[in-house]
Ligand binder design. Sequence first.
Ligand code: LLP
Length: 405
Amino acid sequence: MFSKSLIEKFQTIETPFYYYDLDILKRTIAALKAESEKHNFHIHYALKANTNQQILKIICDAGFGADCVSGNEVKAALKNNFNPSSIVFAGVGKTDKEIIESLTADIFCFNCESMEEIKVINELAASLHKKARIALRINPNVNANTHHYITTGLEENKFGINFWELEAVMEVIKNSPSIQLIGLHFHIGSQICDLEPFRLLCTRINEIQQWFSSRNITIIHLNVGGGLGVDYHEPDKNAIPDFKSYFNVFHKFLEIKKQQQVHFELGRSIVAQCGALISKVLFVKKGKKTDFIILDAGMTELIRPALYQSYHKIENLTAAFRSQQDYSKQMEHSEHQVGDPVLNIAETKYDVVGPICESSDCFAKALLLPTTVRGHLFALRTTGAYGQVMSLEYNLREKAKTVYS
Ligand code: LLP
């Protein structure tokens, strides 16, 4: 991801900043498009993962729709040229204002999560003389085997309507003249790398579909959500997720009826690998067991490690760059062959932390890294999804800037 000239460019830019490699993004989108088109699957980009304008533009130009979870995300999608007829609006707590604005914009569909929400959308649509298209978000009770904070498809989670409520929900819809039921929606969680939970989801959707067809209720759209995981450990080797295997699961196990359209809401798998948080070492401080590398980026720029104990690959770019230079020099004056191992670099164990006044402001513990000094540049990899969008102004921190390749 980082060439010599790019690292030299980084040295001239104020840190911390988010760097986006738009070439990786475009290659990811091309792979996603090719694989989804094979099955005629519809992709809606989950804006919550990253709402950066350049990224939105590239995704919109690729012809994908948008998956939004707030009125402002709907507005961002519209502003960045996503077609209203490709916008879905999900979320357990939509405000009246958000519903009215989305009805006025004539978005494709509201993913509804409770009986009360359906009643409110019906009333608001009636007051605007509109008919609201809705999909029922059904809680499939499938375990995604991911971090419990990003598991959404279990009955104990706040999301969706439970199967045992369906009879009552259909009664409400029958009595809601300003509602048109067009689809079913599911989402079991995020950062799912083992495809088995998706197979279980398909099986569950097939059962749920039977409930509807036995009552002669036609469902045109099946929205199976997002959740495909990325490789946080090997971002260079596996820069592009295995969309082929992922879509094959749905192709193979989901019973798709004639005229039915299948929709996906992918976020992380599209944008995670194109982003890196670039930060400079402020100080290196002696500790009892390990020394501390104190970066100028912290949990305010990247909260995932503090919130989910998540792993992001951490690289000392300056040391990697120097070792490359030393190696090239050594090659000039010695009998070493190309392909010899790179010069041995001294390594030390460090805790890599940020400057925020919280002990949770820690990116990694006892990590073996090249010997580091003040001023070295660091990269926190795979931060294109749920990185910049989740940043905070806590401690009155300035918002990190954005740099593109
Ligand atoms: N659809 C729904 C209804 C969702 O709730 C989500 C993510 C997605 C689609 C997109 O899922 P993806 O393809 O990105 O996995 N902040 C957490 C992730 C929260 C995900 C919330 N919902 C993190 O940093 O891991």
